[in-house]
Design a protein around this ligand. Structure first.
Ligand code: GLA
Length: 328
């Protein structure tokens, strides 16, 4: 049996998912693949990239000390997915690990499909979000898992994280998206958890950020919390405006919104780095580039640029692919 799950790049809408906001990621043509023979009660998986073999007994509770450490994800997935059988096989990936392209969600979804392929995409995404949180201890949102579970080829996945409603938005073929790797990072030990808390503080003061307006920020006393809220409220609007601009072929406006998103993530939300800011500036000054921004959780990872096809910039040209699935 063989399963595979793509990575994703987020085109716009970062740090909005965990307050029920809007996000617009796209599953990309890099995949994690699980291949092997079905077994009764055990999961045995080797990786092409890391030494050691992961052994998980079906029915075992989550083991956070699993070695090699990527086995934590397998253990977490197995503990939430109600496996129908085990597997003895290998994991391979073309998704760069720790680069902000959701390598962990791709691993979770590929393993989940190998153990139980009867769960609906949205339910599976919610279970995989739970698995991610168990494996990392970081209170991440639903964006990555839901995009990878439900993506449609040729489309970006506009997600309303309040309702989990999905709109598949066609990605035009006369623009190109290029991902530039900046630095390895992990959200474990980063300020991600602080940002989740600061957004909760903002919601304590002014109610759900999804419904809030920029003028409400005036009643937030703590200036840091007010800036976090400013990012989220304005980013939700940028997601709407970006998807409209993209669909209307207005790439200049779409690119401008990407730059504004980056500026807000850098100044208001403080999840960018000096290196990412410099690369975004460099890309935006390059002829043929409509816009660029950091993508994903931040603190390193990748930058994504939208440009005219064939623009000479270094990076991985990515294209929109379909959801995780079982192949045979
Ligand atoms: C990580 C998380 C997502 C989301 C992004 C930031 O990728 O896993 O849930 O919060 O960061 O947009």
């Amino acid at each position: 049996m063989k399963t595979r799950a793509p990575g994703r790049v987020n085109l716009i809408g970062d740090h909005t998912d965990y307050t029920g906001g809007l996000v617009f990621p796209m599953a990309i043509n890099r995949w994690t693949t699980v291949e092997g023979a079905l077994t009764d009660k055990t999961i045995t998986l080797a990786s092409d990239d890391v030494d050691g073999v992961v052994h998980v007994a079906i029915g075992a509770p989550f083991d956070g000390d699993m070695q090699p450490s990527w086995g934590r994800y397998v253990s977490a997935v197995s503990s939430v997915v109600n496996p129908l059988h085990g597997i003895n096989g290998t994991v391979t990936t073309t998704v760069p690990v720790g680069a902000g392209l959701s390598s962990s969600a791709a691993l979770e979804l590929a393993v989940a499909y190998a153990l139980n392929d009867t769960i609906s995409p949205t339910s599976l995404a919610l279970l995989m979000q739970q698995a991610e949180r168990m494996a990392t201890g970081v209170p991440t949102g639903i964006m990555d898992q839901l995009c990878i579970a439900s993506a449609r080829e040729g489309h970006g996945t506009l997600i309303d994280c309040a309702t989990l409603g999905i709109t598949h938005v066609e990605i035009p073929t006369d623009v190109e998206f290029v991902v530039r790797f900046i630095a390895h990072r992990t959200l474990e030990g980063s300020e991600y958890t602080d940002r989740v808390r600061e957004c909760a503080d903002a919601e304590d003061a002014i109610g759900p950020l999804r419904q809030a307006e920029l003028k409400n920020i005036l009643s937030i006393e703590n200036p840091t919390v007010a800036r976090r809220a400013r990012h989220v409220i304005s980013e939700n609007q940028r997601v709407r405006d970006f998807t409209n601009a993209l669909s209307n072929g207005d790439y200049v406006t779409a690119g401008h919104l990407m730059r504004e998103s980056h500026a807000s993530l850098s100044h208001n939300f403080e999840v960018s780095t000096a290196q990412m800011d410099a690369v975004v500036n460099e890309l935006c000054a390059t002829p043929g580039v409509f816009g660029a921004r950091m993508t994903g959780g931040g603190f390193g990872g990748c930058v994504v640029a939208m440009c005219e096809p064939g623009t000479a910039i270094d990076g991985w040209r990515v294209s929109p692919v379909g959801a995780a699935c079982r192949l045979d």
